[in-house]
Design a protein around this ligand. Structure first.
Ligand code: TA6
Length: 294
């Protein structure tokens, strides 16, 4: 399968008709067109706002932004100089090869070599690779984190999340299986309410109203389902966020197209409560695999 290496992006394609487009800026997947299991014609599975910047001027509003080493506003002492959601989605990655290209799929590897500005924001020595694999019905994105600090250094602590914007009819979509999980409702009016856990009682979770829920210690396998479509999300990360701003919050987002909130649901696997602890010399892979079902 060809991998088309352009100045600011790489386009992967598969003989089945599936394709993926990855910006070097932020290693942001901005398109994933996949056939269904019935080998139907490929359709776009991700949402990118019509007002999104893809020129590197700001994080892309849509696709799959990579969140690391902090989710949301930083709370860890090592992260306090970082912007919301960290520094990977708003910096340029380097092309680092096509380690696999066969009938099973095609794999792209990108590497982040922190520049002086990044090191000023986040000084812990780390080597980062982002590995994207396209297959006929699947897309996987793996963030490889290697602690390259000296052996006498304290372990590094980080959070990571894949901020997936799945294209669908938002008000008809449901996320499974979240029933029985504890979650934080970030739409609550006060910090106290936003930091107190709720219990999810619904079999399928909808986003018909402004939704910004952080589900804790999930089953690591989720399904987003809507009439005519279904995507499975498999991960090794502990938690999962479900977000749709609806007009209430979406109309206040500068790079959100009018009515954009009707066209996507964010289902975001991540480890966002507490931190992944990684001793010097160790490697941790944050994984997700997305599978189109119908
Ligand atoms: O993942 C949900 C969330 O944390 C929401 O609270 C909202 O802020 C969203 O991310 C988008 O964040 P961004 O920094 O991309 O505008």
């Amino acid at each position: 399968m060809p991998a088309n290496i352009k100045r600011d992006r790489i386009i992967l394609s598969h003989p089945s008709g599936s394709s993926a487009e990855i910006l070097l800026y932020g290693a942001t997947v901005i398109s994933w067109k996949s056939i269904g299991p019935d080998d139907s014609t490929p359709s776009e599975r991700l949402f990118v706002s019509g007002k999104a910047a893809t020129d590197g001027s700001k994080p892309v509003r849509g696709g799959i932004p990579v969140v690391y080493p902090c989710f949301g506003a930083p709370t860890h002492p090592d992260h306090m100089k970082l912007p919301q959601h960290g520094y990977l989605r708003n910096n340029v990655w380097q092309f680092d090869g096509i380690p696999m290209d066969n009938e099973a799929g095609v794999t792209l590897r990108l590497t982040m070599a922190p520049n002086a500005a990044m090191k000023e924001q986040y000084s812990y020595p780390v080597r980062l690779q982002y590995v994207v694999t396209l297959a006929p019905h699947q897309l996987s994105t793996d963030l490889h984190v290697k602690n390259v600090a000296s052996s006498d250094s304290s372990p590094m602590e980080f959070q990571a999340l894949f901020h997936n914007y799945f294209r669908c009819v938002a008000n008809d979509a449901l996320v499974y299986p979240l029933k029985g999980l504890s979650y934080l409702d970030k739409t609550e009016a006060t910090p106290e309410l936003r930091s107190s856990t709720k219990l999810e009682l619904r079999d399928g979770v909808d986003v018909k109203k402004f939704t910004d829920s952080v589900y804790l210690d999930g089953p690591k396998r989720y399904t987003l389902r809507w009439p005519g479509g279904e995507i499975d999300i498999n991960t090794n990360l502990n938690d999962v966020v479900v977000w749709n701003p609806q007009q209430e919050a979406g109309s206040k987002i500068g790079d959100m197209e009018d009515g954009g909130w009707d066209k996507y649901v964010c289902v975001e696997p991540g480890t966002v409560r507490g931190f992944i602890t990684l001793p010097p010399g160790e490697n941790y892979i944050c994984r997700q695999t997305l599978t189109v079902k119908v």
